[in-house]
Write a protein that binds this ligand. Sequence first.
Ligand SMILES: C[S@@+](CC[C@H](N)C(=O)[O-])C[C@H]1O[C@@H](n2cnc3c(N)ncnc32)[C@H](O)[C@@H]1O
Length: 219
Amino acid sequence: MKALVAPDVEAYAEAHSIPESDVCRRLREETYRSVELPQMVVGPLEGAFLKMIATLVEARRVLEIGTFTGYSALCLAEALPDDGTVITCDIDAATTELAKRYWAQSSAGGKIESRLGPALETMQTLAGRFDLIFIDADKMNYVNYYQCGLTLLSPKGVMLIDNVLWSGEVLKHPAPDGTTEVLQDLNRFVAADPRVAAVLVTIRDGVLVVRLSSDTGFQ
Ligand SMILES: C[S@@+](CC[C@H](N)C(=O)[O-])C[C@H]1O[C@@H](n2cnc3c(N)ncnc32)[C@H](O)[C@@H]1O
């Protein structure tokens, strides 16, 4: 992943944001030591952003698509009240096991429930509404996750979709590959979708922040 924000600017922002918990730091460090593609972890600044959004919407029920080693799930769980829950989906049993080892070391870990299996299938089984949905898994399914996520979002809830700038590749026309094309399609579709209001935030690799327009009053 290409850094879109200058590393010193990112470090400054990180140093002036909600600090990373000790368990999250250790989990991130082990991920970088022992797992392939460790840069998939959202990291301290986006983790702080997730926490802030969860707090702002007073989230109790969170759905995450893409657990990996459990870093973002733990950030979100740390921001929830004691009776809050994070349901997090992944297909990789090995990284989920690592995640569980670290969740067990955190007082927030008991709020996290892991669901193994293709996320779209898991989403079909979920009942009730979620206050925050974080989408951060296979990009080819992003439009499907978005569409299905909207049916699961509570009226005042927020959906956060990660990597929508795709290292800046989304600026290229024609798209250099299929993944970029899917992300371009998603960004165009969401921007024109009358059901939602959205802002594409240039944090890390780009996070699309989406909420239902019926509740915003935005024109
Ligand atoms: C970018 S990583 C998630 C990083 C995590 N949110 C964090 O910041 O710590 C993407 C994850 O999506 C998972 N994944 C890929 N395809 C999937 C699918 N069809 N259903 C569920 N998870 C999937 C991968 O196994 C990988 O762990």
